[in-house]
Write a protein that binds this ligand. Sequence first.
Ligand code: GH3
Ligand code: MG
Ligand code: MG
Ligand code: MG
Length: 291
Amino acid sequence: MKEKAVVLIVDDVASNVQILAEVLKDEYHIKVAVDGRSAIELSTKKPYPDLILLDVNMPDMDGYDVLRELKRCVGSDSVPVIFVTGNDTEEDEEKGLLLGAVDYIKKPIHPAIVKARVRTQVTLKKQRDELIYNAVHDQLTGLYNRNHLVLEGERKFSRAFRKNDKLSVMMIDIDHFKIVNDTHGHLTGDLVLKEVASLLIQDNRTEDFSARFGGEEFIVVLDGCSKEDAKEKAETLRKKIEELNPADIKVTASFGISELNKEHNSFESLLRAADSALYSAKSSGRNCVVV
Ligand code: GH3
Ligand code: MG
Ligand code: MG
Ligand code: MG
């Protein structure tokens, strides 16, 4: 069963919360905040709500201030907010919408209309999340895709370069993968790719970043890792791939490693260095790690 979307109701008056919750509780998982501060507390850390119904007039911090604050924080800035308020002039509504609310509902509410508007915004939010997910992930393996690797890699490169931190890149290429496809078929080839990708996901520290670089090539970006540490990790991974036996096929991979040094001027140059190490690994007989 699909998990219910989370709707956060923010209102300082308990009876208002109750009315909205009653209308929405069958379709959504409801969370409640009775003031602006706790609304922000509940909306600026994961898991973010899928939608916020936000009162305007509240003591201390009003709904406008809450929305401004949410728009300032990465993560909560993309949570849709609908104002639900007694402020019913055109100017009020204009102000709310200009601040970035996706809709504006005036009290007293009409349950069927609230339901319909909430449903529209939750659907849009789900579709947007899915589009964003697909824009950064590889569909077959669930790893990050090359586009996202390049963006994230440049970010990591700049940060490490500025702070003089260690940063290593591991490039992995499955050996003789064409033969796997030719012998066992493309679908079995796909299964091999998925299983190797699962190993990468399991192996990651939270600061590591794994992506599918191309057909049967993967990249792991290792924050704070020297080439010696990266080599050790690669050796462990190389053995795990050797023992994997997906679909009863013996699969091996070759590894190229590079570490950020003074000669690198971009993430791309780190990738090139890893690629050239990988080339040496292929020339030295495959199923090995070259730094
Ligand atoms: P080497 O050891 O030198 O790396 O040889 P290789 O056969 O692995 O390398 P090559 O570049 O010749 O072949 C890569 C193959 O990967 C060819 C291509 O059809 C296959 N491939 C690329 N993407 C996919 C995919 O998504 N699924 C499957 N099943 N195969 C793919
Ligand atoms: Mg109020
Ligand atoms: Mg290749
Ligand atoms: Mg290959």
